[in-house]
Write a protein that binds this ligand. Structure first.
Ligand code: SF4
Length: 233
């Protein structure tokens, strides 16, 4: 997994995203002018033998693209890692930088697009061009992977073909995304339970479309399906 992560960090396959991530790293947000932005693809974060995978959308321009770690340094990450901490899968609730001491227990966090896109919107072509990295990642995780939480319709639609390429059987027609959706993929080294969850985006969490309790409920259900010990509500 470490060599895959290194290969991802060196990727320049998508010209528009390469230009954007580097421009953001140069121009910065006023609050972070003293920081050196990562400005490169952001690899997955968490153990290589995880039983549970969380699949988001893409790094945030001033979050993962700044700190170099998935969901680290922005509001979305605050919500996600707080929930993982609450159920016992993260060592601490805060994720501020790569040296903050955060470790994850049995869970890995990744995205189907590894570079920050303008307006948080990758194109379908960019999603497809980045898919081989996700396929490689889930192939490496396959011996231990038993469940995945897919955040938002984008994560759901991007991940299903990757799981198919990695050896799981995806039903036809493909199951539709919904918050609380659950489906099981047969095949690979073991069955894989998929869970749909609204994305932890600022828009969803600020409006109450996704509450901390809703997020904890999906994560707890998925972690239990993956065989991970979770802290009760
Ligand atoms: S989005 Fe993925 S494929 Fe495109 S440049 Fe970044 S890492 Fe490479």
């Amino acid at each position: 997994m470490a060599s895959l992560d290194r290969a991802i960090v060196g990727c320049r396959r998508c010209p528009r995203l390469v230009a954007w991530r580097e421009e953001v790293a140069r121009t910065k947000r006023a609050a972070f002018t003293d920081e050196t932005y990562w400005g490169r693809p952001v690899p997955g974060f968490g153990p290589a033998d995880a039983a549970l995978l969380i699949v988001g959308l893409a790094p945030a321009a001033h979050g993962g693209n700044r700190t170099g770690r998935m969901f680290t340094g922005d509001r979305s990450g605050d919500v996600l890692y707080q929930a993982l901490y609450d159920i016992g899968l993260a060592s601490q609730p805060a994720a501020t930088g790569v040296d903050d001491g955060l470790t994850l227990h049995g869970v890995r966090v990744t995205a189907p697009v590894h570079c920050a896109p303008p307006a948080n919107r990758p194109t379908p072509q960019e999603r497809d061009d980045c898919r081989p990295w996700l396929v490689d990642e889930v192939r490496l995780l396959a011996p231990t992977l038993r469940a995945a939480v897919l955040l938002g319709a984008f994560g759901w639609q991007a991940a299903l073909p990757a799981f198919a390429e990695a050896g799981w059987e995806v039903p036809r027609p493909r199951p539709a995304f919904a918050h609380g959706a659950r489906t099981t993929l047969r095949g690979a080294p073991g069955d894989l339970d998929l869970f749909g969850c609204f994305h932890v985006s600022r828009r969803n969490t600020f409006t109450g479309r996704l509450t901390p309790a809703m997020l904890r409920e999906v994560l707890r259900e998925a972690a239990t399906a993956a065989g991970l010990p979770v802290r009760p509500e």
